[in-house]
Design a protein around this ligand. Structure first.
Ligand SMILES: CC(C)(COP(=O)(O)OP(=O)(O)OC[C@H]1O[C@@H](n2cnc3c(N)ncnc32)[C@H](O)[C@@H]1OP(=O)(O)O)[C@@H](O)C(=O)NCCC(=O)NCCS
Length: 185
């Protein structure tokens, strides 16, 4: 946990989060990406996901959040996924759901929550893989776009944002076919 300018960055395993924290994270998520379903329905879905957080497709999922005055003002998820890069299995750190409070943009909250996620790089996973519509935000943080052809198992959606990226941009990575070995995130 670290505190900056009155706000606090907190990271923890998703399975350990209590329902109040999950609800506050969900409120920010829904403010950024509005959904038709009710908050309670979405929360039940998130709790189911938390219970399944150690599936091979989403191993060791963590939630990173910035709290300020009891509100969650930035949020991101990370988990580990074994992908296949040019036919070779590789465990990457997956980054997803990065967002900050629309009323609080440009205050360093997005960067703080992403850096908290990347603190999990190392050991078995030296690269973080993610998709984005705002590549410039990540380039400024040292990431780089990748050009690999990307596929996923039949019937499963691979990435949908326009740019796939890795972090750090300097990590060893080849340009062969990238199989996500499961749904995109
Ligand atoms: C992208 C997002 C997380 C950035 O959050 P933020 O809290 O405004 O980001 P920060 O204040 O930490 O910005 C860090 C740096 O990135 C820059 N930056 C922020 N958004 C940027 C963007 N869209 N494009 C380029 N640079 C950007 C900031 O200017 C800042 O630069 P500085 O260090 O030179 O001042 C936020 O705009 C957001 O939630 N967008 C909607 C959801 C989304 O697109 N998420 C990304 C999914 S991959």
């Amino acid at each position: 946990m670290s505190a900056t300018s009155g706000w606090t960055v907190i990271s923890g395993a998703q399975r350990d989060l209590d329902v109040d924290v999950l609800r506050r994270c969900l409120r920010l998520h829904r403010a950024v990406w509005p959904k038709e379903e009710s908050e309670d329905t979405a929360l039940a879905h998130w709790r189911d996901q938390a219970a399944a957080a150690d599936s091979p497709l989403k191993s060791d999922e963590h939630v990173h959040r910035v709290e300020d005055g009891g509100a969650v003002v930035a949020f991101a998820r990370t988990f580990r996924r074994v992908i296949s890069l040019a036919g070779t299995p590789r465990t990457v750190l997956a980054l997803a759901s990065v967002c900050s409070d629309p009323r609080r943009r440009g205050q360093g909250l997005g960067r703080a929550v992403v850096l908290a996620g990347w603190a999990r790089l190392g050991g078995a996973s030296d690269a973080c893989l993610f998709q984005t519509a705002v590549p410039a935000f990540y380039v400024a943080l040292g990431s780089r776009p990748i050009v690999n052809p990307i596929r996923a198992p039949i019937g499963v959606r691979p990435f949908w944002d326009p740019v796939a990226m890795i972090h750090p941009g300097t990590v060893s990575w080849c340009d062969g076919e990238l199989d996500l070995c499961g749904p995109g995130w």
